[in-house]
Design a protein around this ligand. Structure first.
Ligand SMILES: Nc1ncnc2c1ncn2[C@@H]1O[C@H](COP(=O)(O)OP(=O)(O)O)[C@@H](O)[C@H]1O
Ligand SMILES: [Mg+2]
Length: 600
């Protein structure tokens, strides 16, 4: 029930428009009823030799309104039909337009809300979800909801009024016959409902298979080199063929239903028509019924088919919309974990130190501690190296400084101020980060560098690129700084991408610098250049450097050794290599590796 309340909340601001549309649609329904009634004078007067038979009292009002008497009857009926249809069309158009507009507005706001919500989520949120899942939420689920809002709601209101108007018409013409024929309505409703459900089931299956097809296609595109090197083309082709054949069968089941549906309906219509024909024959012979009245009645009855069919199927659309909104609301309900308090203040310019006070951290309630009781002080201007085996908590430790997530226990302070209390922007504005995986946007190189300082001039951008040793290779590209980086940054080497990321950080010129294995994935040739770029970046900064290769941090002012989430020693390289067995071990492993490399 809660979910309906929330859906209602989305619609509520638009109630005036919806009410206006509803009123218009009820008028449209009335006019439709009138048009159906016009069949009577058409058949009994216009299409007869004896034009001037007086109408039975029941229909007198119709003849009076449109003045269907004498010589003018033909022109008046034509005019009446024209005007009624015109009004009906305008009504249909305006109500449809209004409802679609409302639906689009609701959806636009909802998408924006979800996106803003996503931007505010902590790093962990994205860690624990696949991008496909999130994208499907924002794109597909919202799309289905949009359908429900604009199409289903508009359709429902229209069909409902149409149904009511037609019902009024047939009961007005012949209450007894109407009651009898209404037995048919549930039959038609049940049948179409049944077929509709089948279609929905197969459609869902078909969608699911389409999802698989998309993912295979995606894998083929992204993993094409792997497929080639393992000569797996045949395997992939067969896999694809099988799934296509599956897709074909499911779609054909739907094809069968959509092909069998119209003939069944036609047969049903004839079966209904025959008894009516017999009844009408005797009634007309006896003079109880005119041809026009009968035709108006029967035409109205047939016209009820569409509303009945659509209304009886509508709940399926609606259920789907509810399921989608459930997923959307779930996403919107995820708590924003890293929040700034109401009374957050600007963090003053970094001037003294960063301290970790009794910091412990775990990723989830049931996880083990990734950091245990960390107490460190990093002074302004210091160059700190952090070493430790993979999984020892290095990344976790540095991610606490820009508040990618918060400590489970203890606190992180900058210049003695708990960073939880300050404006997040003022905190992150003072930190630059270069990580192992560089992310570049699918945009020009210029804009990628400018991401560090959006109002930077071309000159500043160039200067930053020069300091990052990136200017030279950028100049060699076809469009230079305007080169758009290809999908997944494929057109640049790892080292080049990294230097662009460094240029970005240089431009940002933040006092605190975090380097998380910035050179780890590079070969030694590009590592050298990146290292030179990093040295430029680190000048006059407070730097925390996580390095895979100890050579890069040997000259740090201080090295911290992290082991299974705990600090197990700190000091300069010369001291640690003498006294710390973990450091000695790490150093020895690298030294031995170097030895092996040399042998090759
Ligand atoms: N998103 C995550 N969810 C759960 N556990 C994680 C997550 N990220 C890292 N961990 C765990 O936290 C510990 C420290 O990881 P990390 O800080 O990445 O180590 P390092 O950077 O030193 O290799 C590891 O045991 C790792 O399995
Ligand atoms: Mg790491």
């Amino acid at each position: 029930m809660k979910i309906y309340g929330r859906i209602w909340k989305l619609i509520k601001p638009h109630t005036p428009i919806i009410i206006v549309s509803t009123v218009i649609l009820s008028l449209v329904g009335l006019i439709e009823g009138l048009i159906m009634l016009m069949i009577k004078p058409i058949f009994d007067n216009v299409l007869q030799k004896n034009v001037n038979t007086p109408p039975p009292s029941k229909f007198k009002f119709l003849y009076d309104i449109f003045h269907l008497y004498g010589d003018k009857i033909l022109i008046n009926i034509a005019l009446a039909l024209l005007i009624l249809t015109l009004i009906k069309s305008i009504g249909n158009f305006s109500s449809n337009y209004l409802i679609i507009r409302t639906g689009q507005k609701i959806i636009r706001d909802l998408r924006f809300k979800i996106y803003s919500h996503l931007l505010n989520q902590s790093v962990l949120f994205f860690h624990n979800r696949s991008s496909g899942e999130i994208i499907s939420n924002v794109v597909n689920d919202v799309d289905k909801l949009q359908n429900a809002f604009s199409r289903t709601i508009a359709d429902f209101i229209r069909q409902f009024f149409s149904f009511v108007a037609l019902l009024m018409v047939i009961f007005y013409i012949d209450p007894l016959l109407s009651t009898l024929s209404l037995v048919i309505v549930p039959t038609v409703a049940l049948l179409t409902n049944y077929l509709g459900k089948k279609v929905k089931k197969h459609t869902a299956k078909s969608q699911e298979i389409l999802g698989k097809i998309t993912s295979i296609l995606q894998e083929t595109i992204i993993g094409n080199r792997i497929i080639k090197i393992f000569s797996m083309e045949r395997f992939e082709r067969n896999k694809f063929k099988k799934i296509l054949s599956n897709f074909y069968h499911v779609n054909m089941k739907n094809g069968f239903i959509s092909s069998i549906n119209p003939p069944i309906m036609e047969i049903l219509a004839i079966l209904i028509f025959v008894p009516f024909l017999i009844y009408a024959h005797f009634q007309i012979n006896k003079g109880y019924l005119s041809i026009g009245t009968f035709t108006a009645f029967f035409a109205s009855l047939l016209r009820m088919y569409d509303p009945v069919r659509k209304i009886s199927r509508m709940h399926i659309d609606f259920q789907q919309a509810v399921a989608c909104s459930e997923r959307i609301f779930n996403l919107l309900d995820t708590k924003i974990e890293v929040k700034e308090p109401e009374n957050a203040f600007e963090l003053p310019k970094f001037s003294k130190n960063i301290t970790f006070e009794n910091v412990s951290f775990k990723y989830g309630e049931n996880e083990t501690w990734s950091l245990k009781n960390i107490n460190i002080e990093i002074k302004k201007g210091e160059k700190i190296g952090i070493v430790g085996s993979s999984g020892s908590g290095k990344t976790t430790l540095v991610n606490l400084i820009p508040r990618f997530f918060d400590p489970t226990e203890g606190c992180v302070k900058i210049d003695g101020i708990d960073i939880k209390g300050v404006k997040i922007k003022s905190l992150r504005g003072q930190i630059s980060m270069v990580t192992q995986e560089t992310f570049l946007f699918k945009d020009s190189i210029k804009n990628n560098i400018r991401y560090g300082k959006w109002d930077a001039t071309d000159e500043e951008i160039k200067l930053a690129a020069q300091k990052a040793f990136a200017h030279e290779f950028i100049e060699k590209l076809k469009d230079k700084y305007d080169t758009v980086i290809g999908e997944r940054g494929e057109t640049l080497s790892g080292g080049e991408k990294q230097r662009i990321a460094i240029a970005r950080a240089i431009l940002k010129n933040a006092p605190i610098l975090i380097l998380d294995e910035a050179t780890s994935s590079l070969d030694s040739e590009s590592e050298k250049k990146v290292q030179l770029a990093l040295n430029n970046l680190m000048k006059d900064k407070t730097a925390i450097v996580i390095a895979h290769r100890l050579s890069t941090i040997k000259s740090s002012d201080r090295i911290l050794i992290l082991d299974r989430g705990e600090i197990k020693g700190e000091g300069r390289h010369e001291k640690l290599i003498r006294e710390n067995h973990i450091y000695k071990k790490l150093y020895k492993i690298q030294f031995e590796h170097k030895g092996e490399e040399n042998h090759d």
